[in-house]
Design a protein around this ligand. Sequence first.
Ligand code: PLP
Length: 488
Amino acid sequence: MAAKTELLSRIAAGDGHGENSSYFDGWKAYDSDPFHLHHNPDGVIQMGLAENQLSLDLIEEWSINHPEASICTAQGASQFKRIANFQDYHGLPEFRQAMAKFMGQVRGGKVTFDPDRIVMSGGATGAQDTLAFCLADPGEAYLVPTPYYPAFDRDCCWRSGVKLLPIECHSSNDFRLTREALVAAYDGARIKGIRVKGILITNPSNPLGTTLDRGTLAMLATFATDHSVHLICDEIYAGSVFAKPEFVSVAEVIERDVPGCNRDLIHIAYSLSKDFGLPGFRVGIIYSYNDAVVSCARKMSSFGLVSSQTQYFLAKMLSDEEFMARFLAESARRLAARHESFTSGLREVGIGCLRGNAGLFSWMDLRGMLREKTPEAELELWRVIIHKVKLNVSPGTSFHCDEPGWFRVCHANMDDDTMEVALERIRHFVRQHQQQQQQQKAKAQRWAARAQLRVSMPRLGGAAASYFALSSPMALQSPQSPMVQAAS
Ligand SMILES: Cc1ncc(COP(=O)(O)O)c(C=O)c1O
């Protein structure tokens, strides 16, 4: 094997893809034993996939009602030759126009987008790869608030050699990004001699399921301008906001709130993978305010064009404004309902989630179930959840969260029945854990009381007696996690 990789480039032979990471264990467990409500009810339920399956029926229905949108139907075949031959990397003009209009619609009509600034890419994945290529040289860095989408390590770094440096965010303020944390990360990089070229944010956040507020976005745009660093905003979940506060796009902020912003530094990545549940279409967008970036990225888009057939179909669908409005409203309603049923189901057993208003997942707080507050204990718990509870959820460490005990749980990629089974498994697991904890606590108390009795002789006195009680192995032992027992 080693001999074969020697024949490759250093980048190709390296592990920049991240596929060998232990975090893929959950996927392997799912792949080898996938849940099916009827055929494999004891299998592993996939909750590690941020996929939106809740509203695909609406798109299916639209496509049935609009056969002319497909070049492979009697109604659309007249366009077959034109579309099949089209390969201009600027993209179909009608596609870029429809996309620009839709991007404005998703942002509540508060901003407009210029179709000539839209560059196509293979999903948001391709968009980040291209942007990193355009914006930074190998060894230069982006600052990224934690926790962040794990595949950024692949998308931004693998080919371009960019480094990602964390901006540490914490649960004490609901993982909000503060200027102090940003400055600390920026100064830390400079002390190490690393040139910071950009700040990469995801708004709404994956994995937090929250939106950035206007003030934070304005602070970021101002910081970017003051320090001449790029601000790259992944807005892939822009149309998946289901509750207040409303989504605010960086596009709106630079127009309204930071008039002095250097727009050459602002770039948006978007895709139809999440809001529409169409990751297979591989429709990604770079929207840059920088002419040179648009020009370079467009030339590079030859490496990841969106099929003209897909562009054609989407041009028709996205420009149906009435359908889009209905779709976005209904999708938000369904996402809200799913989010509510999941989080309220967890509350029944005392499990909380970060208060979220967007996305296809919840950021679940299992800190109280850790054997100790370490990444190792989080991974122990995670393995139990995968192999015993049979849910493939994602541990916080995989999102570079530096506070152990948080897990991202996706809940929009399944039907209601599967969702109920998953919830019931979590509740059962948590109840079992609580019972065992109570039993162990009671046992420890009995042990300590007995020890106290034995030593509370006048000769030893109260202080010595309590020392004895405290130093008993049982009293000092933290409650043994049943999850660890189950893992063995
Ligand atoms: C924040 C974020 N960006 C990008 C992507 C990749 O999306 P795409 O399928 O469009 O490449 C994902 C997918 O999970 C994501 O969550």
